[in-house]
Design a protein around this ligand. Sequence first.
Ligand code: ZN
Ligand code: ZN
Length: 268
Amino acid sequence: MVKFFSLSSGSNGNCYYIGNEETGLLIDAGIGPRTIKKRLLEHGISMDSVEFILVTHDHIDHIKGLGMVAQKYSKPVYATEKLHASLDNHPCTRCRLSGCVRKTVAGQPSAYKGVVFTPFIVPHDATETVGYHIDFYGVKFTFLTDLGEVTDEVVSYCRQSNVVIFESNYDLDMLLGGSYTPELKVRIMQGRGHLSNGQAASAVKRFWHKELQYIFLCHLSENNNTPAKAHTCISKALSSIGVLPDKDIGLVCLPRRRVSDLYVFEGR
Ligand SMILES: [Zn+2]
Ligand SMILES: [Zn+2]
């Protein structure tokens, strides 16, 4: 049985868990080690069963706790060479990853105890940002937490997955009518910022396929989105191609400041 849940999702911090009896991993550590430990325990998972960490990019909401977690628990940290170079100089991670550095190459699979994971570059305004395609003992996940645009590669990895974790950051009307400065609005909307509910909905129509069991919407904005708006927008897109949410496929908005429910998938 392969377990998945999020510990935190959004600009306040990102951290996601996948594991089974053999091993476990975290994707990003944007919250502190004590919170990670506590939220893992809410689903009965100990920190010992987390054996390695995959990093998507060097924005603070993804790496705030990374240095402390790596140092305290001595877990291998996988990231591209360019991202590791940036982490070497980042106040959250500087001098804290020694002995934990594991380098990956975008587009090339790496493996740890039978878990095969492939980072791939996505457009976003960090040093270098990757999504992950992860084959976890036969359950295939694709993770896309922060991206400004949906590339063909994104669609292709999602089309090979049983579970997709996909950004649905903002509702366009809420963002345009909201209190952010014009500069910040442009930063979010241009192709290296974040995905709107509408962009996520179009992507879902492109990558839906019969083996897709669950879509988890992540990184919802606190100010420019609501779980109801995101869920409705993606539900409509699925219904328009004849797929019924909660019947043919699971569709869940991951919560921002607390642990999500636990989801279990049948692996090898
Ligand atoms: Zn982020
Ligand atoms: Zn980011």
